[in-house]
Design a protein around this ligand. Structure first.
Ligand SMILES: Cc1cc2nc3c(=O)[nH]c(=O)nc-3n(C[C@H](O)[C@H](O)[C@H](O)COP(=O)(O)OP(=O)(O)OC[C@H]3O[C@@H](n4cnc5c(N)ncnc54)[C@H](O)[C@@H]3O)c2cc1C
Length: 406
């Protein structure tokens, strides 16, 4: 019998296994697929954005009770992540949005270093070992699909979320938690492109631009993000959309939400109206469509102006002030309705998971089943794009790895 069984060899499970083994526990880590850390390998386009300079800020973490994440993030700060991986030999590079990547630019190096550390501290690793059943009869017993059974004094469930079924993601881990009495909050795709019912967007398919995108939260607060916006046949994507989706998807349960897109980030309609006036006074003979050449992409402007009902061929010298003002307002507050997320196969995280009311935030141990711990994405906490989801996985993994009181 082992002291600790870890179910799931992703970011959270590997971290939990290391912490438990370093404290002297006999640990076995059971990973369902043939490889450790498959999501780490594909993360950040194969480069793994493993944390963020702003990782200690609770505002980047979401869920039914986002404050649940506070203790783990306080116990395992950004500095701790940097020194943990630094000790393993990983050096960091900071990129746009304060994201941190390995200097090697290879997610594989993150997995290699974690695996090396696990082996170094004596973690027994069993891949291709998918756990489908868990029982507690004095100690814990878990069964793999091939009939093997493992016994342990405690179990850490770190079996991840629902995104990317092709990498082995499914809800067996969550179902085992539910079978032992834990509640599950609704599961939805997060950090995901959004579907729009607006048919004309198909004519803008493939357009990529930098824009400020915002929406009004249920409480009326405007939430915005400035970065890439991608128009697709089904709706919208890009860094802005993926990031806003962390907070927007739960709101979509109540019906479609209107995004507002400012094609000139941080600029007011007044400033844009003035800019147009200057451009139009300089070249009054140009058509409305041509008047944007060098300012906005023609692939965007032409279909958009047409959709808004403008005459593209009208010389700008003949356009009155009221029309110019109206156009400036549209360009700085273009409404796009979104009705739902794309499916889990397009999502980076799962929104929802094991109800945090059933877990002790100070230890990550279940309130219902002593000796059962949770870590990572399977818990009802998800975070913004930019390395925050891994920070949650590392921090909650560390908490779960520490046995209560150790
Ligand atoms: C395309 C993509 C890119 C991403 N990029 C980033 C990024 O750059 N930065 C960032 O912070 N986050 C990123 N994420 C999110 C991040 O990968 C996850 O939040 C993180 O991996 C969660 O870690 P975890 O250990 O909780 O779960 P996982 O990494 O999903 O690990 C769970 C493990 O458990 C195994 N498992 C599941 N069920 C069982 C079972 N029954 N028995 C045994 N094993 C089981 C799975 O095979 C898996 O290996 C990205 C996600 C995706 C999909």
């Amino acid at each position: 019998m082992r002291d600790t069984i870890v179910v799931g060899g992703g970011a959270a499970g590997m971290m939990a296994a290391i912490v438990a083994a370093e404290a002297g526990e006999r640990v076995v880590l059971l990973e369902g697929s043939g490889k450790l850390g498959r999501k780490i390998l594909i993360s950040g386009n194969g480069r793994c954005n493993l944390t963020n300079m702003g990782a200690d800020d609770l505002r980047h973490y979401h869920g039914t009770h986002p404050h649940f994440a506070r203790t783990a993030l306080d116990q395992f700060h950004l500095e701790d992540t940097l020194s943990f991986f630094g000790d393993l030999g990983l050096e960091f590079r900071e990129e746009k949005r304060r994201r941190l990547f390995p200097m090697s630019d290879q997610a594989q190096s993150v997995v290699d270093l974690l695996e090396d550390k696990m082996r170094g501290c004596g973690v027994e690793i069993e891949t291709a070992t998918k756990i489908i059943k868990m029982e507690r009869d004095g100690c814990f017993v878990v069964w793999a699909t091939d009939g093997r059974r493992f016994e342990g004094e405690r179990v850490i469930l770190a079996s991840g979320g629902m995104s990317l079924a092709r990498l082995g993601a499914d809800r067996t881990g969550m179902d085992m938690a539910v079978a032992s009495g834990h509640r599950l909050t609704p599961l939805e795709p997060g950090l995901v492109p959004l579907i729009s019912p607006e048919k004309y967007l198909a004519r803008l398919q493939g357009v990529k631009l930098r824009a400020e995108v915002s929406f009004a939260s249920a409480g009326g607060r405007r939430i915005s993000d400035t970065d890439d916006l991608l128009i697709a046949k089904y709706g919208v994507s890009g860094f802005t959309i993926l990031n806003l989706s962390a907070r927007l998807v739960p709101q979509l349960r109540g019906g479609p939400v209107e995004l507002r897109v400012n094609l000139f980030p941080n600029q007011s309609p007044e400033a844009i109206s003035e800019k147009l006036q200057q451009r139009w006074q300089r070249h009054p003979h140009r058509t409305l469509a041509l008047s944007f050449a060098g300012l906005l992409s023609a692939k965007l402007v032409r279909p958009l102006l047409r959709h808004w009902g403008y005459d593209l061929e009208r010389p700008v010298g003949k356009i009155d002030k009221k029309t110019r003002w109206h156009l400036a307002q549209q360009l700085t507050s273009w409404p796009i309705s979104v009705s739902g997320p794309r499916p889990f196969d397009y999502a980076e995280v799962t929104i929802g998971g094991i109800n945090t009311a059933d877990i002790n935030p100070d230890t990550m141990e279940s309130h219902l089943v002593p000796g059962l711990y949770f870590a990572g994405e399977m818990v009802d906490i998800h975070a913004d794009l930019g390395g925050f989801n891994f920070q949650w996985a590392w921090a909650s993994g560390v908490m779960a790895g520490r046995r209560r009181g150790s």
